[in-house]
Write a protein that binds this ligand. Structure first.
Ligand code: GUN
Ligand code: ZN
Length: 440
């Protein structure tokens, strides 16, 4: 953290969602567009936000204003499910989930026993997040504790708020990629003590998914959560039909797949379940009752042929949901590209995903899913100053489309349908510019 008081000021066009909402239809009332605005940051937090006209009175004379007259400034994107060790294996051909894990994923993750390798990929990964405008993510590491050290070190260097954890996995995987119930407990505990709440880092207890943990290991995961109630739980749930049948067969005593996690004390307001494509009615109810969250991962669900996630159901059942890229089953680090696919997934189900709803899911809604809405997700005064500067016209085609945009919502929708990392001009983390796109 900076030792001296650090104040910065940004002027430009700002858009965010001011408050969390209970229904998609309420989002429009909460969209806040300030055409000529000012954001003042002090020591990583938002000190003041409003119009440029009102803001000048709040601006100390020695503070230089960074002006972005043509760009759009929004809160940093939040990725609620991603695997950093899978960065290098995006786009692995031809398999669905269980075969994909055996064929591509496990061999790739074996490399992370080497701390130097982990460090190299962690650096690349964090840089790639920022390049895509993602300032916070909930991240899977591998079974190796050193993979967690490498990621948290890379995040700490940039003062990024990341949540991550060591994979717990003691069966149905290659032997040298497995821990044991005991070692997973001991290693995770040590990592929690070392990293949780250090700087902006937060820890997630991370059993890979029920089929790769014994009942003893899930019990140990539940014990960790009971001993450290403010750590996260991060795992996979109901992604693929064969996976679901396997989980049910392995845990016949439980009512269903989610009930396995629930039984071991792994549901709750800091529990995030990736995918949830095929939840049953009682599972939707359990997600709601326990205040657990879903990471919706459209590019991954399409790439692995897992299915179409019913986003509308999250509003009906009142279940928290964020967007996840799920690299490397997902095919892009970009939340803009993730939204493109989310939109198409809703179209295939006869539903609409509006630009402001999508913005909500990738900012304030994502923060809510991560139980961080008090700190992240919009420009409310007192929150942490993570935001991105978007160029709406990085290509000739986008410039043409934007010149025809009918108002801010249409402009943002076009950005979402056509955009990618080329739209991210700068990413600010904790009030400081952490990434600047080099000019083409
Ligand atoms: N289920 C268990 N492990 C994984 C993984 O690495 N990726 C995805 N998409 N699903 C999983
Ligand atoms: Zn995943």
């Amino acid at each position: 953290m900076s030792k001296t008081a650090a104040r910065s000021a940004i002027r430009g066009r700002f858009l965010d969602i001011e408050n969390t909402v209970a229904q998609a239809c309420e989002i429009h009332d909460q969209a806040r567009y300030v055409e000529d605005g000012l954001l003042i940051c002090l020591n990583g937090k938002i000190e003041w936000f409003g119009t440029w006209q009102d803001g000048q009175a709040h601006l100390p004379p020695d503070v230089q204003v960074q002006h972005y007259p043509d760009q759009l400034i929004i809160p940093g994107f939040i990725d609620t499910h991603i695997h950093y060790p899978q960065t290098e294996m995006i786009g692995a051909y031809g398999e669905q989930l269980l075969e994909w894990l055996d064929t591509y994923t496990f061999p790739t993750e074996l490399q992370f026993s080497d701390p130097a390798y982990a460090e190299k990929i962690a650096e690349f990964f964090v840089q790639e997040l920022l390049k895509n405008g993602t300032t916070t993510a909930l991240v899977f590491c591998t079974v190796h504790p050193q993979s967690v050290d490498a990621l948290f070190q890379a995040a700490q260097k940039r003062q990024m708020r990341l949540i991550a954890g060591k994979v717990m996995m003691d069966r149905h995987a290659p032997e040298n990629l497995c821990d044991t119930a005991e070692s997973a407990y001991a290693d995770s505990k040590q990592l929690i003590e070392k990293w949780h709440g250090k700087g902006r880092n937060l820890y997630a207890v991370t059993p890979r998914f029920a089929p790769t943990s014994t009942p003893e290991q899930l019990a140990r995961a539940g014990q960790l959560k009971a001993e450290y109630p403010d750590v996260y739980v991060h795992t996979h749930l109901s992604e693929n039909k064969n996976e679901i049948a396997w989980a049910k067969a392995l845990f016949p005593e439980q009512k269903g797949y989610l009930d396995v996690y629930h039984h071991y004390g792994l549901t709750g307001s800091r529990s995030v379940f990736a995918h949830c494509v095929h939840l049953e009615d009682d599972e939707w109810q359990c997600m709601h009752d326990t205040d657990s969250a879903i990471a919706f991962c459209p590019t991954s669900n399409l790439f692995l042929g897992s299915g179409l996630f019913p986003l509308k159901k999250t509003w009906e059942a009142q279940v928290k949901v964020g967007l996840g890229t799920d690299i490397g089953a997902g095919t892009s680090f970009s939340q803009l590209q993730t939204i493109q696919e989310a939109y198409k997934v809703q179209q295939l189900q006869g539903d609409k995903l509006s630009a402001f709803e999508a913005l909500y899911h990738t900012t304030l809604g994502g923060a809510k899913a991560l139980d961080l809405a008090d700190q992240l997700g919009n420009f409310n005064i007192g929150k942490e100053a993570d935001f991105i500067v978007l160029d709406l016209q990085p290509t000739a085609l986008q410039a043409l489309r934007q010149s025809r945009a009918k108002g801010i919502e249409d402009a943002v929708f076009a950005l979402m349908m056509m955009g990618d990392d080329r739209n991210v001009q700068a990413a600010y983390v904790y009030g400081e510019c952490a990434y600047q796109r080099s000019k083409a």
